[in-house]
Design a binder for this molecule. Structure first.
Ligand code: IPE
Ligand code: IPE
Ligand code: MG
Length: 254
């Protein structure tokens, strides 16, 4: 049977015309979840991988264009060494173990963040997933790994300055599109919806340029508790939002 994302969306009470094209997620609260279970913090990270799986699969079913997951920030290096080692090992395991599934689901795999600081074996697994899925046409699954938005903007400014110095770019021609095209997210649509789990009302250096007009949705639930039902709640709320982009309401205003 051929899968029809619009029919599936309607079957779960979602209007396919009102789905976000790009969903970005700050997957937070793994450590706090583990504590509620009397477990070590790292067990929360391991359980969080299951939520990644469930949410990715559901975005595929619904025909969402892109899912961008904050996996590891450039500030997360401040964590204790054993936790860092666990996170990197988990990441490598995920990249390897999910490969067959990603291919089966027609997912295009992408990564944003700095390569510097990541180990050669993690980079090799990332590159292999990108290479193998290059021609895929389904969901773009973008992982933010060693990602920080300010660092991304610094890298973009350096790239633009280099093009100016080489005479390839006239400073007068630098516009918003030129900046967008110099970010790690070049060619990707901006997120329409930003989900954050675990209740924190902050963006933690995530996609600062790209979320200018994203709708924000925060749940107190921890990432390991997040799944299909909460994703649907976020998408239902998103469908009810009126996005004005600085203009007036479509119904007119008075
Ligand atoms: C999110 O969970 C995962 C990463 C940042 C890698 P946390 O590890 O931040 O969990 P809390 O916020 O301490 O509960
Ligand atoms: C944001 O969570 C980073 C990721 C989810 C990877 P943090 O737990 O690092 O954010 P803060 O420290 O609460 O702002
Ligand atoms: Mg946290």
């Amino acid at each position: 049977m051929i899968h029809d994302p619009a029919a599936y969306a309607r079957s779960v009470g979602l209007d396919p015309a009102k789905l976000p094209r790009h969903v970005a997620v700050i997957m937070d609260g793994n450590g706090r979840w583990a504590r509620t279970q009397g477990k070590e913090r790292v067990e929360g990270h391991a359980r969080g991988a299951k939520s990644v799986d469930d949410v990715t699969e559901e975005c595929c079913r619904l025909g969402v264009g892109q899912l961008t997951l904050y996996c590891f920030s450039s500030e997360n290096w401040k964590r204790p060494q054993p936790e860092l080692e666990f996170l990197m090992a988990l990441l490598k395991q995920y990249l390897l173990q999910e490969r067959a599934k990603i291919l089966r689901q027609n997912i295009r795999f992408a990564v944003i963040g700095r390569r510097d600081g990541l180990s050669a074996d993690v980079l090799a697994e990332i590159d292999e997933n990108v290479r193998l899925t290059r021609e895929n046409t389904g969901l773009t699954l973008c992982l933010a790994i060693n990602y920080g938005s300010r660092g991304e903007i610094v890298d973009a400014v350096k790239a633009i300055a280099g093009r100016v110095r080489r005479g390839e770019l006239d400073p007068a021609a630098i516009d918003e599109d030129a900046i967008s095209a110099s970010l790690y997210t070049a060619g990707m649509p901006d997120p329409d919806l930003l989900i954050r789990t675990a209740g924190e009302m902050r963006v933690s250096n995530y996609l600062l340029w790209q979320i200018s007009y994203a709708e924000l949705w925060v749940t107190p639930r921890f990432w390991p508790e997040f799944g299909v039902e909460l994703l649907h709640d976020a998408l239902r709320d998103f469908a009810r939002r009126e996005r004005r982009f600085g203009g007036l309401t479509t119904a007119g205003s008075n």
